[in-house]
Design a binder for this molecule. Sequence first.
Ligand code: BGP
Length: 468
Amino acid sequence: MGTFPEGFLWGGAVAANQCEGAYDEDGKGLSVQDVLPHGIRGERTEAPTSDNMKLRGIDFYHRYREDIRLFAEMGFKVFRTSIAWSRIFPNGDEDRPNEAGLEFYDRVFDECHKYGIEPLVTISHYETPLHLAEKYNGWTDRRMIGFYETYVRTIFERYKGKVKYWLTFNEINSILHAPFMSGGISAPADTLTEQDLYQAAHHELVASALATKIAHEIMPDAKIGCMILSMPTYPLTPSPDDVIAVMEAEHKNYFFGDVHVRGRYPGYMKRYFRENGIEIEFAPGDEEILKNTVDFVSFSYYMSCCASADEAKQKRGNGNLLGGVPNPTLKASEWGWQIDPKGLRYVLNMFWDRYQKPLFIVENGLGAVDILTEDEHGNKTVKDDYRIQYLHDHLVQVGEAIKDGVDVMGYTSWGCIDLVSASTAELKKRYGYIYVDRNDDGSGTMERYRKKSFYWYKDVIASNGENL
Ligand code: BGP
């Protein structure tokens, strides 16, 4: 018997807003992404602007057949994508869905099943309808729970025979760090208090638990997961103060998983709220709804960071949304994200010890600049040994965690086909096994080419992780 269990769900992940393009086709409404041409650190615009790479993405909306065929060629068992909420409810607060939007995902899921690929669907992946952001200030408003409920009922009823695995909110803990992109909160970030952000998070947590309840009613066989941005945090020094700083930093992330898995607010968070003058308003029934806990825990993993109790050492490194004090022992990617394969084994063990629920790594990968070249047969390709190395090193650690006894359901590497970056909105930050000929100046044919990592991953899947 090999290391990876039989039936391990190998695959890749994307999000609608980063690959589909067709931002205004077939009745789609605008989403927050359509006014974020420069990613999370950039300013939002009043309306979509032509420099926004996401408006066309990689044209997955029109090329999904070709792309899914390539995923099938690699042997994918699962394909993670999201449904763009604003294709189904263009404004978000309508009663009736947009049929053309629903039909698009019918076609995508049917295409997956043609090859025996199981879709894994993120219900909300940083693409709240813009109207909900502008009219209601996103998730700060409790009415969002109702809009989300209408949306999830619609998609559960529609896709119940086609989609078994669902994630309620992408990287739900990121709402504290990227309120507009993650929570559709349009008030300027510097005007928002912790009270605002945690109340918005509460609304999302209730909505997530409600979706879990409804999913179980409509689709008894479905599996519903939460999705956490994981960022294992190490003490910068062995000082006990640094260890406590780590514990407190991790609580801010564990809070979200703890509510999803245990169905109630943890004591450490109640203390934090009490001592910081935060009062979360619970509506009657919220406590009961939160008891609808998830079937599995999914997370993204790109990097780890450090924490320090020393004010003078509080510098923030580059990295995905959470940042953190850089680790002096680690190297970083071209975008400054520190590379730490062992952190993946560590975080898998931490989640497993804490939750005893199946775990799903739904994002992991290396964003890098790729050079298009030719192989010995004259075919265009990318010799991305650096990406193979990164993925290899991480999968070795997944294997170690499995040997530790951790129940890992699957692995979908991020950006299995090149797509537009969430944090910087660039296309040159490529993650894919498949190269897409599109550049940040808008040039390119949109042709797809298999990279060296394509063949490597195909072999990993075919050998169920034995040939890494
Ligand atoms: C996660 C997001 C993804 C994805 C990934 C890589 O935070 O869930 O949407 O984009 O990070 O980040 P980036 O695209 O910024 O390189």
